[in-house]
Design a binder for this molecule. Structure first.
Ligand code: ADP
Ligand code: ADP
Ligand code: ZN
Length: 214
């Protein structure tokens, strides 16, 4: 199964992706995680991406297209993949179509997680991340031990772009650059809208209902 998770920052893409990836044994490809790893390791890509990310801007398409092309060629994607945070622009979606066509693959479904802005602000400002990709919330989804990841026991941190100014900009950027993908994938007959305001487990049950029909 080849899946895209779409939705604004804070919708719960990462949270649901961890569950989907485990249940359906699909590689979870988060472009945000890949970029943050490059920043931590001080690679050329990380150095270029950092200034965009800290302001809540999108990293240029050409860099993202290179990342995703390389990642989709890896062996673990042969039986399917789960994209979280890519594509975020129409040119990225067009590039993905080309990459998939060249390798005789196609998308099966685009899950679009809907949450209103007020709720997104609450979610992003209370988010705590782990370097392993797990995300928590101080109130809505706290870890078992405060400040420590349940999965890998590392110390949790708050992302630079989860602070007030960058959050506002990310929501503006989402509406302008990413939201047009909803129509794009509706026209391809691939879009499924998920109500992201529900409880984490309830949303996952709704997602399974959609995926089990594919
Ligand atoms: P995204 O990857 O779309 O930016 P995350 O999965 O990181 O979103 O979730 C954003 C924040 O909201 C995190 O703090 C997460 O724990 C919390 N969260 C995720 N899903 C829900 C939900 N259904 N209800 C309440 N909080 C949620
Ligand atoms: P969120 O979980 O809030 O949706 P991500 O972790 O997916 O955020 O992405 C964090 C940041 O990384 C984005 O604000 C953007 O700067 C950059 N980024 C991630 N994916 C892409 C992409 N496909 N295109 C451009 N920039 C991206
Ligand atoms: Zn962890």
């Amino acid at each position: 199964m080849n899946i895209i998770l779409l939705g604004p920052p804070g919708a719960g893409k990462g949270t649901q992706a961890m569950k989907i990836s485990k249940h359906y044994e699909l590689p979870h490809i988060s472009t945000g995680d890949i970029l943050r790893e490059n920043i931590t390791n001080n690679t050329n890509l990380g150095i270029r991406a950092k200034s965009y990310m800290s302001k809540g801007e999108l990293v240029p398409d050409e860099l993202l297209i290179t990342i995703i092309k390389e990642r989709l060629l890896q062996n673990d994607c042969s039986k399917g993949f789960l994209l979280d945070g890519y594509p975020r622009t129409i040119p990225q979606a067009d590039a993905l179509n080309m990459i998939l066509t060249e390798s005789n693959k196609k998308l099966d479904v685009v899950l679009d997680i809907h949450v209103d802005d007020g709720e997104l602000l609450k979610r992003l400002s209370g988010r705590r991340m782990c370097s392993c990709g797990a995300s928590y919330h101080v109130i809505f989804n706290p870890p078992m031990v405060e400040g420590i990841c349940n999965v890998c026991k590392s110390k949790l941190y708050q992302r630079d772009d989860d602070k007030a100014e960058a959050i506002k900009n990310r929501l503006v950027v989402y509406k302008k650059q990413t939201q047009p993908l909803i129509e794009y994938y509706t026209n391809k007959g691939l879009l499924h809208i998920m109500d992201g305001s529900k409880e984490i487990q309830q949303i996952f049950d709704d997602i399974k209902t959609v995926l089990d029909k594919i």
